[in-house]
Design a protein around this ligand. Structure first.
Ligand SMILES: CC(C)(COP(=O)(O)OP(=O)(O)OC[C@H]1O[C@@H](n2cnc3c(N)ncnc32)[C@H](O)[C@@H]1OP(=O)(O)O)[C@@H](O)C(=O)NCCC(=O)NCCS
Length: 176
């Protein structure tokens, strides 16, 4: 059975939260220690704004949710509903980079092209709104996917707001 995609709606939120929890716990284990994974929950997870904006995708195989992720025309670069310092300002496509946001693959579907499919959907949608560039804040778990898909490093940072320092890399890609 192949992967299908659609725009997420509010009724999807409970099942998307389960996928996010599993991805955060399982797919970061090769890259972070348990304290860093716990800390990362402060800066990861569901952002309802993306669902409300209809810029968030659900990937399914049959009835099973294989993953989710999206893009944004708003300034917030990363984080969930609970992360401090969010900024809903609308970006200018002529001068600013749209965001790739909240990418999660259910561990049972890892390395089957879910992440690559979501990035293609995000790039097509952002381009259709006139953006010529995308930026994101990559976890170490996501970095290889983004590199494979043409995103290059801008800046490495650490975010300690959840406790242990979590390494992150800001990355970007021109999509003209
Ligand atoms: C990051 C994440 C979404 C990737 O999802 P995915 O659906 O498994 O990615 P894909 O199958 O599309 O991978 C495409 C390519 O990216 C690279 N890649 C992806 N994950 C990789 C990994 N763990 N190690 C090495 N390369 C990887 C590979 O080149 C892969 O192609 P291949 O499998 O043919 O070798 C997933 O690992 C995840 O949910 N991680 C935890 C949450 C997270 O950190 N999200 C990112 C927030 S910025």
């Amino acid at each position: 059975m192949g992967l299908t995609h659609r725009i997420a709606v509010e009724d999807d939120i409970p099942s998307l939260s389960l996928v996010m929890d599993a991805a955060i716990a399982e797919l970061q284990r090769a890259f972070l220690d348990p304290a860093q994974i716990a800390s990362s929950r402060m800066i990861m997870g569901l952002d309802r704004q993306l669902v409300a904006d209809r810029t968030y995708f659900v990937i399914q195989e049959g009835g099973a949710v294989a993953g989710c992720g999206g893009w944004s025309r708003r300034a917030t670069l990363y984080g969930g509903d609970h992360t401090p310092g969010r900024d809903a300002a609308v970006l200018n496509p002529a001068t600013e980079a749209a965001r790739v946001r909240a990418m999660y693959t259910h561990p049972a579907f890892a390395r089957r092209g879910v992440g690559r499919l979501i990035l293609r959907l995000c790039e097509d949608a952002a381009r259709a709104e006139g953006f010529t560039r995308l930026e994101l804040m990559a976890t170490l778990s996501g970095r290889a996917l983004y590199s494979q898909c043409g995103y290059t490093d801008i800046e490495a940072i650490e975010d300690s707001r959840g406790g242990a320092a979590v390494p992150l890399v800001r990355m970007g890609k021109t999509i003209t």
